[in-house]
Write a protein that binds this ligand. Sequence first.
Ligand code: ADP
Ligand code: MG
Length: 242
Amino acid sequence: MSTIRIDGLHKSFGKLEVLRGIDLVVDPGQVVCVIGPSGSGKSTLLRCVNLLEEPDSGSIRVAGVEVTDPDCDIDAVRRGIGMVFQQFNLFGHLTVRENVTIAQRRVLKRSRAEADRIATVNLDRVGLADKAGSYPAQLSGGQQQRVAIARALAMDPQLMLFDEPTSALDPELVGEVLAVMRGLAAEGMTMLVVTHEMAFAREVASRVVFMDGGAIVEEGPPATVFGSPREERTREFLHRVL
Ligand code: ADP
Ligand code: MG
């Protein structure tokens, strides 16, 4: 069963048609990287997967569950999906440890001891076990984004969505976040990643999806999409960003 299966997804904001019939499959253990110009609908696509945006038509299945079905328990589906945004959205008044335990305790009803144990495991995974007692403002942007990743991982997601997770970072901090994501990919985490980091996509992606104007123009293995793109629009885009 595919982790994500999207068929004929359409989404408009008023008169603006932002997604014009998207079909996309992400299978377990795959890393699918979505690239494309600003405004092409990448974030909207990601946000439709956990219904942060409501699709107008089409179907989205997450691990076989039709999230667009009105009877779907969307909270249960969301619990299985970790999401990491460009902005880290950590709670500034909570320590790193508390940021990583709060949803575990409130949503998964884990005990404090269990949540703390799992926080330690996941902070270790992102290389920040020594920062558990710090506050977000005491950390660099790269460290804050790694805390946000640990917080998502602590919920035991079956799928991770990343929306330009390194775009808000100073260039010298991008690498440490990409390294964590590479590690997750190597562990077999299923990931849908919107990114401008072409070297990351080329190296890590199982498949690269190029979007433009609300549609998937081209998709395939990174060597093909980057090395010998089929579509003129893909070539133009890559020429601009590479
Ligand atoms: P990308 O992530 O590829 O830059 P987005 O999915 O964020 O693209 O946006 C696609 C288009 O939809 C843009 O023109 C954007 O301005 C518009 N858009 C996104 N979200 C909203 C919204 N909530 N209301 C109105 N327009 C939106
Ligand atoms: Mg976006």
